[in-house]
Design a protein around this ligand. Structure first.
Ligand code: ZN
Length: 250
């Protein structure tokens, strides 16, 4: 089974469409989303409607989805993140807002094969950025494969080999990176962000996980019309930096 793994779409329609077109050419069977469908970008309704149109989908909520839904008051957010959540709440059609509100808390298991979490499977709002963060998760979350998001940084952590925890990330110009999974190892895998990458590579980022055999994960980077996404953000009156950062990949 091939799963398309998407995280942190953040209302970026142009990035989402380019990603789906690219993934469609490669081929996948089912879709799993790691949260933060909305917030930051200017196309929340379009992004939600595309996700709602998928047939087989697992989806969990992210911290921005929670603030948009008023499940969380967002007091820990900076002013740009908070104002974009307020804008998004007003911009969303009622049924799309209901959909965002209904997203479940991670971790969620997918067909006895792998798990989905937004921040970490222990805390949906915490980050996995370092091997120490990964160590804590490996210690207290006893499953073999978990995809996570939230940091917007594509990164693969592996545990179980002679070197303890090792991490691997795509190079700045690397548009494709494949890792064959070992049945005796455990994995924390971040597909990066579709709609707001932060590893200084502005291309949209996603993974396809092939569960055949021991499993294989491939990360892809996709060019999209950044200018169009930026123009919409500016026209919507959202903070200008939210447009600028898309071209910088920060
Ligand atoms: Zn996010």
């Amino acid at each position: 089974m091939k799963y398309l793994i998407l995280s942190d779409i953040h209302s970026n329609l142009e990035a989402l469409e380019a990603t789906l077109a690219h993934a469609g050419r490669i081929g996948f069977d089912k879709v799993a989303l790691l949260g933060d469908l909305v917030g930051y970008g200017a196309s929340p309704n379009e992004a939600v409607e595309i996700v709602r149109s998928f047939d087989a989908v697992w989806e969990i909520r992210g911290n921005h989805d929670k603030v948009v839904s008023l499940i969380d008051n967002g007091e820990q957010f900076n002013i740009m993140a908070r104002s974009s959540c307020e804008w998004t709440r007003k911009a969303l059609e009622d049924d799309n807002l209901e959909y965002v509100k209904s997203l479940q808390q991670g971790p969620v298991g997918v067909e006895d094969t792998f798990f989905l979490s937004h921040g970490t499977p222990l805390d949906e709002d915490a980050y996995i950025l370092t091997d120490l963060d990964a160590l804590e998760v490996f210690r207290f979350f006893p499953h073999r494969i978990c995809f996570y998001g939230h940091s917007h940084i594509p990164l693969f952590f592996t545990q179980g080999g002679p070197n303890g925890i090792v991490w691997d990330a795509p190079g700045i110009n690397e548009d494709e990176k494949t890792m064959d999974l070992d049945p005796d190892m455990r994995y924390l895998l971040n597909p990066g962000s579709v709609g707001q990458p932060r590893d200084r590579n502005p291309k949209a980022s996603y993974c396809i996980f092939d569960s055949e055999g021991d499993g294989r994960v491939t990360l892809y980077r996709v060019e999209y019309d950044i200018k169009k996404a930026q123009d919409k953000i500016v026209q919507a009156g959202l903070p200008k930096f939210l447009a600028e950062r898309l071209a910088l990949g920060v």
